[in-house]
Every structure is written in structure tokens, then in C-alpha cells.
Design a protein around this ligand. Sequence first.
Ligand SMILES: [Ca+2]
Length: 311
Amino acid sequence: MARRIIIDTDPGQDDAVAILLALASPELEVLGITAVAGNVPLALTARNARIICELAGRPEIKVFAGCEAPLARPLVTAEHVHGKTGLDGPALPDPTMPLQDAHAVEFLIDTLRREPEGSVTLCPLGPLTNIATAFRRAPDIITRVREIVLMGGACFEGGNITPAAEFNIYVDPEAAAEVFAAGVPLVMLPLDVTHKALVTAERNAAFRGLGTPVGEAVAQMTEFFERYDREKYGSDGAPLHDPCVIAYLLQPGLFAGRQINVEIETASPLTLGMTVADWWGVTDRPRNALFLRDIDAPGFFTLLTDRLATL
Ligand SMILES: [Ca+2]
């Protein structure tokens, strides 16, 4: 039976590739996509999620709009990375599939209450506002979640929005703190992993070489945001953050890490949103997250390219 997931997302070119990978994978059943404000404001993330479903030929996927702003702070966005639409790069048509009427938080609560306990995995690819709001409003759903597999945080790699913090956690640190403390089995794909998943020229040529609308769109999206990353990190190409979450669900053996304690800084102005990761076990704090640190990057790109070829 396919693993049932909800993708919570703020597309974002790398979110887009993650959604495409999920929709291309028969091992996964996407129960719905919940949009959240993050890389760009909510109206755009809700629009971009639908553009990507249509690109994948899956207009029947249910897309829900969620929270417009973090729990306790004004929204910080990342147009400097993703462009003003969030999906800059390819020219993709406006979506014609509808946005669902229900709020994303309502969908999360209803779905977790309806589906068998321990059967639904949450895949957050943006700030954790929708998830934390659902947990606040309906604490009974928390123990019904099978697992949370999220992109966010950083330890050895440092931050990408401040020296200490990764973007998704920084944007809504209060939400992240609540989700990390909720007691749900949690797997995190931090920058320590995703900065090893670099789209080199050769890997981008493989996307383009698929000769399909999906392959071409993915190539153009990664070309757009790699300009920024090349300048910033001097790296070989853009890190493909969010698809690592879906790849972990498909082939966990591509990744390695440790079960450790991770807590979120919510007070210090200097390190706000930092994921304080007890990698060396120097505290007695309970282990609440599988912190992944390594990835078989060639294996990841082979998986991704092979699956995109099926769309
Ligand atoms: Ca994202």
C-alpha cells in the first residue's frame, strides 16, 4: 500500500521539484497539498502549488491555502532567492484547477482524525505555521501522525538567512519550537544535507535531456535560483533542499544521521530560529529528532531524474 502523505509547502522552485518527485512516485499517495506563506506570500504559494500539479498532469490533487503569517511575527520572504513569483525561471501557465474551499489547517485536522491512527506522514517544506496551528487547535491529532519528515534547520553548515538560522525555521520559530516539542517522530533534512545535493551543470543537463515539459521546467527553475547560490556560496550549483524530504521517504538508505535532541531558539535576537542540535549528546535532553547529515548525492539525483522522466 502506498504511504499516505500531506505536503505542506511554500513553492519555491525546490518545493516544486519535491512536489513533482512525490507525484511521480507510486509508493506515495498525496492526500493533499497545503500551502503556507514563506518564500513568497500565501496567494503566490497557493497558486504555485497548483501550477506544479498541472505541470505534473495531476489537476485532481487537492490544494489548500493555509496561514498567511507566522504565529507571532511578521512574515519574512525570500524573493531574493526565488524571484518575485516564487517560481521564476520557466514560463508556466496560470492554473485552472481550483483551490479547495477549506482552510489548510481544517484539512490537516479533518484528515488526521479521519484516517487510521499512525497512517499519515506530514512533509513540511516551508515554515511550520500550518502544522503548529493544527496541533494547537486540535491536540488530539498529534498522536495520530505517523511521522513528520521536514526540510529545515542547520547545525555544522550554519544558517542561510542569518549566520545561525535556516530560513524555514527562522520565519516561524515559535511554530517550529511547538512542532519539535510535540512528541511526534520527526526526521529533519537540514542544510547539512541539502547543501550536498547540488545541481551541477551535468545534473541539470540530465533534467533537460529528459526532453519533456517537466524536465525543461525543472532545468529552468534550477538555473534561475542557482545564480543566487553560486554567488553566495561559491558552490557548484544550487542546493535542491526540499526534494530531499521526498527522496528520504522513497529511499531512506540514501541518507545517514543520528537520533538527537534538537530545540529551537525563540528569544535571542542574535540566534533566533537556530536549531540547537545536540549532536554530541552533551545534555540529558530527550532525543526528539533524526538529524540527517549525509546524503548519497549521485544516488539522489539518479532517483530524482528517473522519476521525473515518468511525468
Ligand atoms: Ca520550501
